[in-house]
Design a protein around this ligand. Structure first.
Ligand code: GLN
Length: 489
């Protein structure tokens, strides 16, 4: 889609201004129902579109993404634009700088339509935990789009943006991509700079693309990848033009699958996954059953370490430096403290009490508990040790060319999109949504979700995705295998 639009721009068949306006009118028509966007950046978008058109008119060269409109999850800072992380506490926060990914995309000439809805501070799997709106799934408006990057996935699936950025800490790019029937890629940890991303859990967070097809995802990744001195965890590698690595046969490619992943799966989803495996076999891949003994601990490891990092990262939102400050003087708990100190403490407490939502507070409390003296060894430290064991299983399976595999295939989600409200009663059920996605974050490998055969579900045909996971920094490997599948569909 991006390439096609690029060629049309070059041939003068469309202008970026028309294209961008066209997307804004689609947003105005559709977003009342879908609620993918929290903020529109019309002026910024039109200025960039105009610039692109002028360049084309003058016969200047333009980049592949130049003039092509996309959307950005509202956890990524864009200078001069409201950036809320879908939280009340950042209701009035205007980012004073651009995230590195935004800087890079601006340099590429990309057009920004606006900021998309998500679960508050990216914590959730349904976008129901946003303080502002519940985004609906364009495939069925009764259903969630997944989360936390639900707004970005819905915007792309609902044709309100050509491409979008999401962030993925435990599945937040891939799970909504699966629910909405689009492509979502979580790069290797360190591949894309996190500078300017409102941190959720820093040892897991990665920014990545959501797009209509594999080539588009590859193009966006090429634009945002690379080392950044402002993010100490960014890898030294420069990244590649990933779209150049898509073609070619996957004959002999070894794809592993884990029996347990398929065994307890819903029959319809299982059937869809088996069709994927069959198709890969037809394409010449060698399908192998593999055993990763520690992978079943991924979810518990994630739900211990992630809240610990959350509790530390979100300490900065205390009504002082960022966002809103609340002081309601209703609190009598602090009566014994001298008035000045009491005022400060009340601001901290009130700003956090009113500014943060339930899910966020729950995770801060869980994390604070797990890190507290006396519990640290039993929870955080032990979880980090198990994390290392999971990593070693994967190192082994990717290292040996005889016994090992090149890629691992898994479902992205246990079911297609669930109904709005369906999983709110029991948080564990919501957390179980992440069972197949968290491993890639726990050990930092790249993973992509792309549409498998849709399933008949409660009277509808609903999208469902499958995942390909690869070795650290082997984005081109998973993209190439994903492309081969997409092309043969
Ligand atoms: N659904 C997961 C969670 O709630 C993942 C969130 C994410 O990747 N940002 O933590």
């Amino acid at each position: 889609m991006i390439k096609e639009l690029h060629e049309k721009l070059l041939a003068g068949k469309i202008t970026s201004e028309k294209l961008t306006q066209n997307y804004f009118s689609k947003i105005k028509k559709k977003d009342e129902k879908i609620s993918a966007f929290l903020t529109l950046t019309e002026d910024l978008a039109m200025a960039q579109a105009k610039k692109t058109d002028e360049k084309i008119k003058k016969g200047e060269e333009i980049g592949i993404l130049e003039g092509i409109p996309g959307a950005v999850k509202d956890v990524i800072c864009m200078k001069g634009v409201r950036t809320t992380a879908a939280s009340k506490i950042l209701d009035n926060y205007i980012a004073p700088y651009d995230a590195t990914v935004i800087q890079k995309l601006k340099a590429s000439g990309a057009v920004f339509l606006g900021k998309t809805n998500c679960d508050e501070f990216a914590m959730g799997s349904s976008t129901e935990k946003s303080a502002y709106a519940i985004t609906k799934n364009p495939a069925d408006l009764q259903r969630v789009p997944g989360g936390s990057s639900g707004g970005s996935a819905a915007a792309v699936a609902g044709d309100e943006a050509v491409w979008a950025l999401g962030s993925d800490t435990g599945g937040s790019i891939r799970q909504p991509a699966s629910f909405c029937g689009v492509v979502g890629l979580k790069p290797t940890y360190g591949r894309v700079s996190r500078y300017g991303l409102l941190s959720m859990a820093s040892s897991f967070d990665q920014i990545g693309p959501i797009a209509k097809n594999i080539e588009d995802a590859a193009i966006i990744l090429s634009e945002i990848a690379g080392q950044d001195k402002r993010d100490a965890t960014s890898a030294r590698s420069a990244g590649k033009r990933y779209e150049k690595y898509l073609e070619g046969s996957i004959q002999g490619l070894k794809i592993g699958f884990i029996k347990e992943h398929f065994e307890n799966l819903n029959k319809k989803v299982k059937n869809s996954m088996e069709n994927v495996l069959k198709k890969y076999a037809r394409l010449g891949a060698e399908i192998k059953e593999i055993n990763l003994p520690h992978i079943r601990y991924s979810l518990p490891v994630y739900y211990i370490v992630m809240p610990c990092e959350v509790s530390s990262n979100l300490a900065r939102f205390d009504g002082m430096k960022y966002g809103m400050r609340i002081f309601d003087q209703q609190d009598s708990d602090l009566e014994k403290i001298n008035p000045e100190e009491r005022k400060l403490r009340e601001i901290y407490l009130d700003s956090r009490r009113y500014g943060l939502g339930e899910e966020v507070k729950k995770r801060i409390m869980l994390g604070t508990y797990a890190l507290s003296s006396g519990y640290y060894e039993a929870y955080y430290l032990r979880a980090q040790k198990v994390r290392e064991l999971i990593k070693r299983d994967f190192e082994k399976i990717f290292a040996s060319s005889q016994k090992g595999v090149d890629l691992i295939l898994a479902p992205t989600t246990p079911t297609p999109a669930f109904k709005i409200g369906e999983k709110n009663a029991n948080p564990i059920e919501m957390y179980l949504e992440d069972i197949f996605t968290v491993t890639a974050n726990v050990i930092g490998i790249p993973a992509i979700s792309l549409p498998a055969d849709p399933v008949d579900w409660e009277g509808k045909k609903l999208p469902v995705g499958f995942q390909l996971m690869g070795k650290w920094f082997n984005e081109e490997g998973i993209l190439r295998a994903a492309y081969a599948y997409e092309k043969s569909s």
